[in-house]
Design a protein around this ligand. Structure first.
Ligand code: NOJ
Length: 561
């Protein structure tokens, strides 16, 4: 990789889901003032950037991903003054803030949609995607990401509108230049405020193909797969190039696109190092390896991931983008279950050691690492939840569809799958202490707490020098101090080893060797390690060389052999 490293290539991002981070005013909902109270904590961890999930005015059908006003703060979180204060105080500490940009769709409560739906000749009609019925049915066979059809008939004008997500999240029509200009104007308004970049929600879906063709219906399914038709659509690169010219070149921003359905070729364009579009993307392939083998059930499953497949996939992204584009590295976010429960082992015996192993594996790769709130203390999936405890629209709609309407699985099986994969696993309130409501709030939080907060919390983690928190802190320090973490070439070792994931990072004169035992059994492995090698970090107190203990992870650094 050539020099001229950008700031965001060396940065580590901390993701905050404001609703669940810290309630400062006793309403059970996290808020901006609550985030301000923990800036020192984020600074202590060492993160350079905060990604804030949506904080805009929203009816909260999908917790802020349905925006009714892009330039105002949802009153539950505070007001614009509170946002400005947060931004200033973060900047005072050298921490940047990137905002969630949700412009594939808006809320149906956005004034644009209210106007658009009012009549066929309203000037905003074409801001959204309207179609006539075909033979008395939806205009095509697309299913929504949140179950059911992706079209809703609006009786006011007797046409259907497209909603790839919930019915309250109508898709914006990017073909319309006036709409695009309005979006760029809004983005520039935020840039002028001094924000440091954008995380772009499902940005790979903004350009719908002409004629909106039907999608393939998965075996046992009812609706066509819209993702495979819409993702990386015909004009998406053109729109992002335009956005770069109209907005992104105006400041030294960091941009990360959430790109459902991306492949390597499109990824190289979205996140090319020449920054003609975005800086990096979130790809989903490694998060889909543990999907249900029955395509009609999609992500709903509770089976472990196959390590050989995981290695092959992560390695593909590492090597294919090297020198051409930039990866983001993530295990967790607000849409994914907790990684220690998913790819590690959250039992009392192995939680700490496996969480550190997973952190090591990810943070030594090439790309920009993301840490999702609570990951740094090893928060787990919430298995104390019953069906009625869930809030997430994806879970509720999937229940109605899979259990009630189609009867593909029974309620017990569904609950088992939701314990393993549901998005609310990530959204349970942040566990700050063993105090009432985990120190998150002084009242019953908006979403039920994970009942393990007395053992797993920030206060306990900070008091223990051997905690997961300090392991993450050390990984961040290493990335900041040693350029090889940013620039080193990635080389997978032993692709068919089903228990241990080992890889190297190489520069012209040094090497990192990263060894991760993915199992709860001891393993014996012999790697060529020079005597002078330095053990940079490990999750055990001593080194037993070829003996790898359960979930052991080690990073060696040495001069090139
Ligand atoms: C992706 C977001 O991460 C998710 O939380 C949301 O539900 C959908 N996009 C729709 O905006």
């Amino acid at each position: 990789m050539k020099e001229n490293i950008k700031w965001w290539q060396k940065a580590v991002v901390y993701q905050i889901y404001p609703r669940s981070f810290q309630d400062s005013n006793g309403d059970g909902i996290g808020d901006l003032q609550g985030i301000r109270q923990h800036l020192d904590y984020i600074q202590k961890l060492g993160a350079d950037v905060i990604w804030l999930n949506p904080v805009y005015v929203s009816p909260n059908l999908d917790n802020g991903y349905d925006i009714a006003d892009y330039e105002a703060i949802n009153h539950e979180f505070g007001d614009m003054q509170a946002f400005d204060n947060l931004l200033t105080e973060a900047h005072d500490r050298g921490i940047k803030i990137i905002m969630d940009l949700v412009v594939n769709h808006s809320s149906d409560q956005h004034p644009w949609f209210i106007e658009s739906r009012s009549s066929k000749d309203n000037p905003k009609r074409d801001f959204y995607i309207w179609r006539d019925a075909v033979d008395g049915h939806e205009p095509n066979n697309w299913g929504s990401f949140f179950s059911g059809p992706a079209w809703k008939l609006d009786t006011a004008t007797n046409q259907y509108y497209l909603h790839l997500f919930a019915t309250g999240q109508p898709d914006l029509n990017w073909e319309n230049k006036t709409l695009r200009d309005a979006i760029y104007k809004m983005m520039n308004w935020w840039v002028d405020k001094g924000i440091d970049g954008f995380r772009m929600d499902v940005i790979s879906l903004i350009s719908k193909p002409d004629n909106l063709p039907d999608g393939p219906i998965p075996v046992g399914g009812t609706y066509g797969d819209a993702n495979s038709i819409v993702a990386n659509g015909p004009r998406v690169h053109q729109y992002l190039t335009e956005m770069r010219q109209q907005v992104l070149n105006n400041s030294d921003l960091m941009t990360v696109g959430e790109t459902a359905g991306v492949d390597i070729e499109n990824a190289k364009r979205y996140s090319a190092l020449d920054a003609s579009e975005l800086n990096m993307i979130f790809q989903f392939e490694h998060m889909e390896l543990d999907n249900n083998p029955n395509p009609a059930l999609g992500k709903w499953n509770d089976q472990p991931v196959d390590l050989i497949k995981l290695k092959a996939n992560l390695s593909k992204w590492q090597t294919e983008l090297a020198g051409k584009a930039w990866n983001s590295l993530y295990w967790n976010n607000h849409d994914q279950p907790r990684i220690v429960s998913r790819f590690g082992d959250d039992s009392p015996e192995f939680r700490v050691v496996s969480a550190k192993m997973l952190a090591t594996l990810l943070h030594c790769m090439q790309g920009t690492p993301y840490i999702y709130q609570g990951e740094e203390i090893g928060m787990t999936n919430a298995t104390n939840y019953h069906l009625e405890d869930y809030n997430d629209i994806e879970i509720k709609n999937a229940y109605d569809y899979l259990v009630i309407k189609e009867q593909l699985i029974d309620a017990q099986t569904f609950l088992k799958y939701v314990h393993a994969k549901g998005r609310d696993n990530a959204r349970t309130p942040m566990q700050w202490s063993a105090n009432d409501y985990a120190g998150f709030s002084t009242v019953q939080p908006w979403l039920k707490l994970n009942n393990n907060y007395a053992e797993i919390n920030v206060e306990t983690a900070l008091a223990d020098p051997d905690s997961i928190f300090y392991h993450y802190q050390k990984l961040i320090q290493l990335r900041h101090e040693l350029p090889i973490f940013t620039t080193g070439e990635y080389l997978l070792l032993d692709s068919d080893d089903a228990e241990v994931y080992a890889y190297k990072r190489l520069t012209k004169d040094e090497e990192l060797l990263v060894i991760c035992n993915f199992t709860k059994e001891g393993q014996i492995r012999l790697y060529p390690i020079p005597d002078a090698a330095e053990l940079l970090l490990s999750n055990y107190l001593d080194d037993q060389h070829e003996l790898l203990r359960p979930f052991e992870a080690k990073i060696y650094r040495f001069k090139k052999i």
